[in-house]
Each structure stands twice: as structure tokens, then as C-alpha cells.
Design a protein. Structure first.
Length: 374
């Protein structure tokens, strides 16, 4: 069986990251290949060290042209590292167990192109971050030839390309066998840079048929609850959350995301598979997360999306807005300016039709791209 290497985030102790990686692996396997995720965090593998070194070199060169970039990049890195440091050891154990049981990792030397992998797929998630100087050699598949590079639903996490990355990004994007993106803002970025149309495809969580996720659902006979999953600070939304609780006569239970919240609510520590079950068994969902929203849609939940207070780049909200635009649920989005809450039950008939059509197109793109590999 021909092997396909997947390049994505999967080990950040983030439910969305690990579950989208699992979903993409599953779809590629179902298409008749053997999917293996490249274990980039493995420090013992020399090829990953070389790729990381080249990425750092590119960043240093870019920063030398504009010293202010260095301080800005350092500040962003420190904030991100602090958030990761807040994740408990127990949570890390739960994620590791899920990864060990469900993801096939590879430590093959990818700089020695001996044909072990027929090709590589990068995506989904925000692997193509363009706000920091220099682009990541690994996530743009620069370690292999253009004829082996496929992009499936990566996200830039930004609305525009900084001038310091524009030239390099145009070159990298032009050297792919097949290109697609997840958000409409990403589609606009790519098409403006390389001058050709590309498809916008579904996140892998939605690419898989909903019945697939139901295997994780555990029977629940307890009191009804509202699932709360937040990656940003929600203290400014305390009144909105209380209003929803009062209207639905149920309390919010927070899924532990590693973010220490200032509102006094029960917090539940769950594994990735338990996360799926927790969303499925809830009576309502409140979230600021893309994948929290996606799983609400998978299980046909009514929900409210709060605009996230991002640690670093506010433009990352574009991915949530892009999803809500796709399924015609823009009215479920709430921020500190637009505080109107729509608690009506969502009619999923039209949404299921939209996603069914998008699923067909997205799988066709991926299947056709894999068949082009030589």
C-alpha cells in the first residue's frame, strides 16, 4: 500500500488539532493509502533538526532587515509558550494516550527521498502562519520536490500577507502539485499571490461523515448542561453566559483547555474522545473555538460563538466567520459590540445539504490530488 506523509499540528494538547489530524488520516486511509503523520517534535531525528535549523535561519535573515520584527516575534513566542506551560500533566497524559492509540506517527528520514512516501499532504489547522518573519520550511513541505506537495485545507490565520513574507510566500505557494485552503480569506490570499483559482475545502472534522464520530459517544443520564469550550479569556462575556444559563435553565460546565478562566464554573478534564462525547451529550454549546463550533454542527447542537480574545493575532477570528458564513449561521456569532444572542433551535436541514455538497467536492479534490502523485 502506498504511504502518504501528513504534515500538521497534532501534539499541542489542543482538541481541535489532534482530532483534525485523526480525521485527515482516516480519510486518506479510506481513499486506499496508508497515512502516517510526521513526528516533527521528535528531537532525536536529525532530519527534523535540519529543517528546523533552516527555518530559524530564514527568520533571522528576515529579522535582520527589520530589527523591530525580532522583538515582536519574541513577544508572541513568550505568550504562546506561557499558554502551553499552563496545560496540566494529567491533560498531557490523556492526549498522549489518544495519540498513541489513534495516530500512526513516522520518524522516517524525509530528507532521504527513497520513495518510502509517495507524497505529502500538509493541513489542516493554522500551519501556514504568515504573521511571523520567515516561513516554516516543514509546514510548506520544502523538504521534498514540488511534485510530492499537496495542501489540504491549511489556514494562514491572517487576512493579509506582511510585506516581509510576501516574496517567499509567493514562491512557496507556486511550487505545489495541488493547492487548497480552508478559509475564504486564505483563498483570496493565494489567488492574489499566484494568479490562479484554487478550491476552498472543508476542515477534516467536517470532511468525515458525522456517523464516524458517534463511536466516541458515551451514554449520559445526568442533569442537562451547557458545554463551554474556550481558548481565550471569557471574563468580559460573564453576563452573556449567565443570560444563556438563565434562559436555558442549565449551568455551563467548562472543558479544561489549559486556559485559566476567571468565571466560577465547574471544569471538566477530558481526553480528545471524551471531548467529542461531552459536546454530543450537551443541551447547548458556547465556544470561541473553530473545532468546538464544528463539533456542535456535527452533532446538530444549537450554539453560541463568542469572539475570541486572542493571545497574539486577532485576525484569527476569520476562520470562525468563514465557517459560519458557509453554513449560514452568522447570527450565532457574538462579540462585545454585537451582544444579541440567538437561542433558537437551529434547523440543520439546509446545513446538512451544504456540508454534503462541500464534502463531495473536498474529497474529490483530495482524491484527484493524490492520484497525481508520481
Amino acid at each position: 500500500m502506498e504511504r502518504i506523509g501528513i504534515v500538521t499540528y497534532y501534539d499541542l494538547c489542543n482538541y481541535g488539532s489532534v482530532l483534525q489530524a485523526y480525521a485527515l488520516s482516516t480519510v486518506i486511509n479510506d481513499l486506499g493509502y496508508e497515512a502516517q503523520i510526521l513526528d516533527y517534535t521528535n528531537e532525536s531525528q536529525s532530519c527534523f533538526k535540519k529543517i528546523k535549523g533552516k527555518t530559524y535561519f530564514n527568520r533571522v535573515i528576515t529579522c535582520l532587515k527589520s530589527p523591530r520584527l525580532l522583538s515582536n516575534t519574541s513577544a508572541v513566542t513568550l505568550k504562546n509558550n506561557k499558554f502551553v506551560a499552563d496545560i496540566s500533566d494529567n491533560q498531557k497524559i490523556l492526549f498522549k494516550k489518544f495519540i498513541d492509540n489513534n495516530l500512526k506517527l513516522s520518524n522516517v528520514n524525509i530528507l532521504k527521498d527513497d520513495g518510502y512516501f509517495k507524497g505529502y499532504v500538509c493541513g489542516s489547522d493554522q500551519i501556514w502562519q504568515i504573521s511571523v518573519p520567515g516561513l516554516h520550511e516543514f509546514y510548506y513541505l520544502r523538504f521534498t520536490i514540488a511534485q510530492k506537495r499537496i495542501a489540504y485545507a491549511p489556514s494562514f490565520g491572517s487576512l493579509s500577507v506582511p510585506r516581509f513574507n510576501e516574496k517567499r510566500l509567493k514562491k512557496y505557494l507556486s511550487e505545489f502539485l495541488a493547492l487548497s485552503v480552508r478559509e475564504d480569506s486564505g483563498k483570496e490570499i493565494v489567488e492574489q499571490l499566484i494568479g490562479k483559482k484554487i478550491p476552498q475545502v472543508l476542515d477534516p472534522v467536517l470532511l468525515i461523515e458525522p456517523y464516524f464520530w458517534k463511536k466516541f459517544i458515551k451514554k449520559y443520564d445526568g442533569e442537562k448542561y451547557i458545554a463551554g469550550y474556550f481558548l481565550g479569556d471569557i471574563s468580559n462575556y460573564a453576563n452573556i453566559i449567565e443570560e444563556i444559563e438563565k434562559s436555558l435553565n442549565a449551568k455551563v460546565i467548562l472543558i479544561d483547555s489549559g486556559r485559566k478562566q476567571k468565571i466560577d464554573r465547574a471544569v471538566k478534564l477530558v481526553s480528545p474522545d471524551e471531548f467529542v462525547s461531552f459536546i454530543a451529550n450537551s443541551d447547548y454549546v458556547i465556544t470561541d473555538s473553530l473545532h468546538g463550533t464544528e463539533f456542535s454542527i456535527v452533532f446538530e447542537k444549537s450554539f453560541t460563538v463568542l469572539e475570541r480574545n486572542y493571545i497574539t493575532i486577532p485576525e484569527q477570528n476569520t476562520r470562525l466567520k468563514s465557517l459560519l458564513n458557509l453554513v449560514k449561521l452568522q447570527d450565532r456569532y457574538v462579540n462585545m459590540i454585537k451582544k444579541d444572542i440567538n437561542l433558537k433551535k437551529i434547523d440543520y436541514k439546509q446545513i446538512k445539504n451544504i456540508l454534503s455538497n462541500e464534502r463531495i467536492l473536498s474529497i474529490k479534490y483530495l482524491s484527484d490530488a493524490l492520484k497525481k502523485l508520481k
